[in-house]
Design a protein around this ligand. Structure first.
Ligand SMILES: [Zn+2]
Length: 215
């Protein structure tokens, strides 16, 4: 389903993540879903909206958990995408037998069709977790760092609540209208409020009180 111009959402199913397809001709995928997800439903859903999976030229992985990265090998079978991931999660990716094509760092820019995506390193859920920010359209792809109504788990290996809170604080500096997370609902308008609410929730888990000036 098209959620913004040039961005399709393939909602999560089974053990998988939301997958976003950016572009119409030269496609960029944000996350690839879980193992076998592409063959089970992602290819089919892409084709049903007129998108050819063989046109995927880039796959940006928000972090190397299996429900986001497991589908990469299936895309590698039908196309030759450049796989991009933050350098701190490359070890996890290689454990899954996938070789990264480009290692990303905070501040890097990835060009997709019709937009530029700035990499924001947001560890806490995973050491190499990233968000991708389209400043022109105020869109944030937030992986498992923050959801519409909650925050990512911080109890998995390499996770940390304190680090996640700092990452959320960084996201609050951005002007975000639309939030496109790795799981669950998307937020089309006023998403800075959702990020603020979820940041305060994360702070409360640390036993700290509210910080003034947060929306
Ligand atoms: Zn995850």
């Amino acid at each position: 389903m098209e959620i913004c111009r040039n961005i399709q959402l393939i909602p999560e199913r089974f053990f998988s993540s939301n997958v976003y397809v950016v572009g119409e001709n030269e496609l960029t995928l944000i996350d690839a879903g879980g193992p076998n997800a592409a063959k089970k439903y992602i290819f089919r859903e892409m084709k049903s909206t007129g998108i050819d999976p063989r046109k995927v030229g880039k796959i940006i992985i928000t972090h190397a958990h299996p429900d986001h990265v497991g589908g990469v090998p299936e895309f590698l079978e039908v196309s030759e995408p450049e796989v991009m991931i933050h350098e701190a999660d490359t070890r996890l990716l290689k454990l899954g037998g996938i070789k990264p094509g480009r290692m990303l760092s905070d501040g890097d820019v990835v060009r997709a069709e019709g937009c530029e995506l700035r990499v924001i390193h947001t560890p806490g859920h995973s050491p190499g977790g990233i968000c991708l920010y389209d400043a022109d359209r105020k869109i944030l792809f937030s992986g498992d760092t923050v959801f519409a109504y909650g925050i990512g788990r911080f109890d998995l290996p390499g996770g940390s609540l304190r680090v996640l809170v700092s990452s959320l604080a960084r996201l609050l500096e951005l002007d975000v209208e639309t939030l496109l997370p790795g799981h669950g609902d998307v937020v089309l308008r006023g998403a800075v409020k959702n990020i603020g609410t979820n940041y305060r929730y994360a702070l409360s888990l640390m036993g700290e009180s509210n910080v003034r000036g947060i929306p």
